[in-house]
Design a protein around this ligand. Structure first.
Ligand code: SAH
Length: 205
């Protein structure tokens, strides 16, 4: 996975690569598809949702530029894999999921691996998680029509928010940074994510 999918496509950050090497991706998918866990594609995780392709997880992680001391908010826990990767390279991960059964399963895996710096919450993540704001980095792993305003409000200065924005089918993966009060935005790549559903996302799944 590392040598064939990540490095040749431009994943170079040592922390990202080390985390991708360390976290057992097969534990985040169902027993029946475990043998496909390290393949170059997304996989179903139930309830119409997916665990992202390894390359996309790595690309988004690398884009955050984490050093180790950060507190990171993730919207869309899903399988928990992205949160697990982040937990290896930052201080604390706060992750929000709207589907209870997915969150319960993800939490089981976090516990079994003793990933103790991940906090979870069942909620509409388009409203962020105000209690622990501001966050040094925010990552949204579902695609919405726009950048949810509450997430910008909860982003630290300096801070970076990585989010797929576009229509239901295809989105551009954007990096929104705040520095000295100024917001700048750039597009990293075109991507396909499941829908971000909520107050500041799409109105239905
Ligand atoms: N990061 C996940 C990707 C899961 S797919 C992983 O590594 O497996 C995206 C997830 O976002 C789905 O589980 C979906 O239920 C969730 N989601 C969509 N809209 C949401 C919202 N408003 N708040 C929280 N989670 C949301």
């Amino acid at each position: 996975m590392i040598d064939e999918q990540l490095v040749p496509r431009g994943i170079y950050d040592p922390k990202t690569l080390e985390a991708m090497r360390k976290v057992p991706r097969h534990l985040f998918v169902e027993e029946a598809i475990k043998d496909q866990a390290y393949g170059d594609f997304p996989l179903p995780i139930g309830r119409g949702q997916t665990i992202s392709q390894p390359y996309i997880v790595a690309l988004m992680t690398q884009a955050l530029g984490l050093k180790g001391h950060e507190s990171v908010l993730e919207i869309g826990t899903g399988s928990g894999y992205q949160a697990a990767i982040l937990s290896q390279i930052c201080e604390k991960v706060y992750t929000v999921e709207r589907i209870n059964s997915l969150l319960v399963q993800a939490r089981k895996v976090f516990d079994s691996l003793h990933y103790l710096n991940i906090l979870t919450k069942l909620d509409d993540g388009t409203n962020g998680w105000p209690e622990y704001a501001p966050y040094d980095a925010i990552i949204v792993t579902a695609g919405g029509p726009k950048v949810p305003e509450p997430l910008l409000e909860q982003l630290a200065d300096p801070g970076i928010l990585v989010i797929p924005v576009g229509d239901r089918g295809v989105q551009d993966l954007r990096a929104v940074t705040r520095k000295d009060g100024k917001i700048t935005e750039k597009t990293i790549e075109f991507v396909r994510f499941v829908s971000l559903v909520g107050d500041h996302g799409w109105k239905s799944g």
